[in-house]
Design a binder for this molecule. Structure first.
Ligand SMILES: [Zn+2]
Length: 104
């Protein structure tokens, strides 16, 4: 079974304790009333869905209950790293290199 590291509990736990919560680092527009329909569509619906490193929100729903972020390789389905919500987005190219090295 896939193990996911919770950055708050500081331990790996079975994936059944976690729930995916969408793409990470989506910033809500500061003034929602002033944006166009196209800008709202981009904020609300359009996601990157990359082939490779994806940044995702996850919740340790059957553990501490907290939201955190993860970088996951969508090709290998491996978690590269997890980090607390509010921490800066890691560099995707560095993570991809790290992920590639791990597969060798
Ligand atoms: Zn936790």
């Amino acid at each position: 079974m896939l193990q996911i590291y919770c950055p708050y509990c500081k331990e790996e736990r079975p994936e059944l304790e976690f729930r995916h919560a969408g793409e990470a680092h989506i910033a809500r527009p500061a003034d929602m009333k002033s944006i166009s329909d196209e800008e709202f569509e981009g904020y609300f619906f359009i996601r990157s869905n990359p082939k490779g490193i994806a940044f995702e929100r996850w919740r340790h729903v059957h553990g501490c209950g907290r939201f955190f972020n993860a970088a996951r390789d969508t090709v290998s389905d491996k978690f590269i790293t997890t980090y607390e919500a509010g921490e800066p987005k890691p560099d995707a190219a560095e993570l991809a290199a790290k992920s590639g090295e791990a597969d060798k």
